[in-house]
Design a protein around this ligand. Structure first.
Ligand SMILES: *[C@@H]1O[C@H](CO)[C@@H](O)[C@H](O)[C@H]1NC(C)=O
Ligand SMILES: *[C@@H]1O[C@H](CO)[C@@H](O)[C@H](O)[C@H]1NC(C)=O
Length: 382
């Protein structure tokens, strides 16, 4: 045991020295001269990221923890070569075949730029990483993504927009044809899902909302996304009567909201959200709100109020100030205000896989500058 500790100690010292002394490593927190946030700084410095795609998985922070179950020697690398879709009989080469049908761990990439119009909602099965880096991938114009009773899912680098409502239907699922209820038209919907990381996606102009976390989903991190041009942006918690969402825990970090976002950034029911280091360009009705006694810790965000409504928060039962809505280190511009309520602080209580250093809200503008799907050049950096 002692020798193991010794080895760990020496490794830490060597790492520390090389980081502080080696100038090429020391500048790794900048790409294109921009300072990066802790997620991006973990992989974007590497010009050889294409050969090390799995490096991304351990860069996650917040309630999803590290996505280390998505990587390893047993991962199947699957490339999407065909933008078509057949929801009942998915063809090899299509996104649906990879995301739904392949068993075990899979890492999905895209051969080239493509626009995928899904016939029906796409079910993403457990241990799936969808990695849009290196191609411009649009999922648009009809049905969109659903993570249903699945765990260990990464969704990275997609442009998802113009999602439309869907009637009740049948699709191919991981265990054969299954029936799905109708949906309102969200870009990404989580249903009884856990350990999900949604990073660097661009989401806009859908019929209902952009991102819904529902029916007992938990351990979710929503980071580096760009949400724009939407009425109802993000819903955490299924409905007021769904008490299982009391144990929902979601981290919302380094996202960019706006322009033209109206409400729900997020709207939360029952559970807990750590909303941290996000840029709020605008809202019309409210930015953060909820019902059913949720807890929100709003920490070191930058809120830029619109001309009219300056208040960030909204409570469904406006006379009930017993719930926890905390603001700590937020910056309020253009007259923005935040009505706090509740007692107890609403700390996230992260474990060491989940915890991260919250940055000063003054850096939020620059640390969210690369939000949304990244444009990665052919041979070099993202
Ligand atoms: C959520 O994550 C925590 C910490 O890793 C874990 O103890 C818990 O079982 C997870 N919950 C679910 C539903 O996966
Ligand atoms: C406020 O919410 C708490 C917790 O949900 C509840 O116990 C209480 O009755 C509510 N108060 C009012 C005035 O609605």
């Amino acid at each position: 045991m002692a020798s193991q500790y010794c080895l760990v100690f020496i490794t830490v010292i060597i790492l520390f020295c090389s980081l502080s002394l080696n100038p090429s490593l020391a500048k790794t927190t900048k790409v294109h001269g921009l300072k990066m946030n802790v997620i991006d700084g973990c992989w974007r410095w590497n010009p050889n990221w294409r050969s090390h795609r799995q490096q991304l998985a351990i860069c996650s922070i917040g309630f999803a923890g590290k996505m280390s179950n998505n990587i390893g020697k047993d991962v199947i690398n699957y490339e999407v070569t065909d933008p078509s879709d057949n929801a009942l009989d998915p063809k090899p080469g299509t996104l649906r075949y990879g995301a739904t049908m392949i068993k075990g761990k899979k890492w999905i990439t895209f051969q080239r730029d493509m626009k995928i119009k899904l016939e029906k909602p796409l079910l993403i099965s457990s241990f799936t990483a969808i990695d849009g880096r290196g191609a411009s991938v649009h999922i648009a114009g009809n049905a969109c993504l659903r993570v249903f009773r699945a765990t260990n899912v990464i969704i990275h680098g997609l442009r998802i927009h113009h999602c439309r409502s869907q009637p009740p239907t049948s699709v191919m699922g991981p265990d054969g044809i299954m029936s799905l209820g109708g949906v309102d038209g969200d870009a990404i919907r989580l249903v009884t899902a856990s350990k999900v990381w949604i990073d660097h996606n661009t989401l806009y102009e859908c019929e209902d909302g952009l991102l819904d976390v529902t029916r007992g989903s938990t351990n979710v991190t929503i980071s580096n996304n760009w949400f724009r041009d939407q009425d109802k942006v993000m819903l955490l918690g299924h409905d007021d009567g769904y008490f299982r969402d009391k144990s929902m825990e979601v981290t919302v970090v380094y996202n960019h909201f706006g322009p033209n976002c109206n409400q729900r950034m997020p709207r939360i029911r029952h559970g807990y959200a750590h909303v941290v280091n996000n840029l709020y360009k605008e809202w019309s009705q409210y930015a953060i709100g909820g019902s059913m006694n949720p807890s929100v810790k709003s920490e070191a965000n930058l809120f830029i109020a619109p001309k009219q409504n300056k208040e960030v928060t909204w409570r469904k039962d406006s006379n009930n100030f017993s719930w926890k809505f905390y603001s700590k280190g937020d910056i309020f511009e253009n007259g923005a205000s935040f009505i706090q309520s509740g007692v107890g602080g609403a700390k996230p209580h992260y474990n060491n896989q989940q915890s991260f250093k919250v940055v000063d809200a003054k850096s939020v503008r620059s640390l969210t500058r690369a939000s949304g799907a990244l444009t990665c050049t052919k041979k070099s950096r993202c």
